[in-house]
Design a protein around this ligand. Structure first.
Ligand code: NAD
Length: 326
């Protein structure tokens, strides 16, 4: 039975991954979540698996070397989600981003190299934002990294650290670079979740600049499935782009959500500094080698996501923190 350590498993994507591992038809696994429960992490995201006999939750910091060392020693597979993840917060103050995303990742890699050498699988969950803005075409896994924000720069640093621990110490590192995710349990500070919760609350949709920044969108359940393919079938030292094939300008997303909610207006706000115009990843590698194809059609997924937020007001309404524009 696989013993899997999932960092950041109480967040948006990590909790989807853990719920799927323990409730879908996946092969049996024991899963330990290590999560610091920052503003972005919530234990109730893991409520559906909380009493599962193969599940354990440890509240702790990925920068806590003795704790990380103990947990890494007990698991031969690590799926690393934990990060500071919101670009607007990184623009306001990048300190926590450098600490968690860079030092935290290095702490995990160091423990993995020391405890397991090349005998552990380490899936590092990176992002398409490490490539920077892509005016035309799509980024391939061989492209140079050119991050624009303190968030993406710290993700690029951790992505390169992970690859370096493969080359230097032989750790079986597999890096994924995924496009923007949407779906249930996403913090209301993120674009789609913020648009929906604002509209459901009777408000409008703030849009940066001209709203023509293009993102590729992937349902969070498809991302989780792609990550498990990488964990179980990927190869050491390899990088896998993951995308949904749904490239849309932010303005169009906002208009679709206004239509789905049946009310509201766009209101434009000053553009975000360093705002990348377009991200686009070439996903032929993961499709060809691991057979990954997204299953969620965007229109259906978006409608289901609106319905989830409408039906889970108690999940998002009380804290409703960090509703910045972006
Ligand atoms: P999130 O902000 O929802 O969750 C992050 C989780 O990490 C939270 O549960 C938080 O409590 C935990 N955490 C933060 N700092 C920690 C620390 N020092 N120690 C332990 N736990 C800590 O993020 P998300 O959207 O679920 O993203 C997960 C990962 O996927 C991140 O690495 C992110 O860069 C990457 N990613 C996200 C997207 C996206 O669209 N959301 C796209 C591509 C890649």
């Amino acid at each position: 039975m696989d013993r899997i350590l999932v960092t950041g498993g109480a967040g948006f994507i990590g909790s989807q991954y853990v719920r799927a591992l323990l409730t879908d038809d996946s092969p049996p696994a024991t899963v330990t979540v290590l999560d610091g429960l920052t503003y972005a992490g919530r234990l109730d995201n893991l409520a559906p698996v909380a009493t599962h006999p193969s599940f354990r939750f440890v509240q702790g910091d990925i920068c806590d070397a003795p704790l990380v060392d103990t947990l890494v020693a007990e698991h031969e597979q690590i799926v690393h989600f934990a990060a500071e993840s919101h670009v607007d917060r990184a623009i306001a103050d990048g300190t926590a981003f450098a600490r968690t995303n860079v030092l935290g990742t290095q702490t995990l890699l160091e423990a993995t190299a020391r405890r397991h050498g090349d005998a552990a699988v380490f899936v590092h969950v990176s992002t398409d934002e490490v490539y920077g803005s892509v005016p035309t075409g799509s980024s391939s896994e061989r492209d140079l990294l050119d991050p624009s924000s303190p968030y993406s720069a710290t993700k690029a640093a951790s992505d390169l650290l992970a690859l370096a621990y493969h080359r230097t110490h032989g750790v079986d590192v597999r890096v994924t670079r995924c496009a923007n995710n949407y779906g249930p349990y996403q913090h209301p500070e993120k674009f789609i979740a913020r648009c929906i919760t604002n509209l459901l609350d009777g408000g409008d949709v703030p849009l940066y600049g001209d709203g023509l920044n293009v993102r590729d969108w992937l349902h969070v359940a498809d991302h989780a499935r792609a990550l498990d393919l990488v964990r179980t079938k990927g190869a050491a030292g390899e990088i896998y782009n993951i995308g949904g094939g749904t490239e849309l300008p932010n303005r169009e997303i906002a208009e679709r959500l206004i239509a789905l909610c049946g009310r509201g207006r766009i209101h434009r706000v000053a553009d975000r500094p360093g705002h990348d115009r377009r991200y686009s990843v070439d996903c032929s590698k993961i499709a060809g080698l691991l057979g990954f194809v997204p299953r969620h059609d965007f229109d259906t997924g978006l409608e289901q996501t609106v319905r989830w937020y409408a039906g889970h007001r108690a999940w998002w309404a009380p804290p409703a923190t960090g509703k910045s524009a972006g």
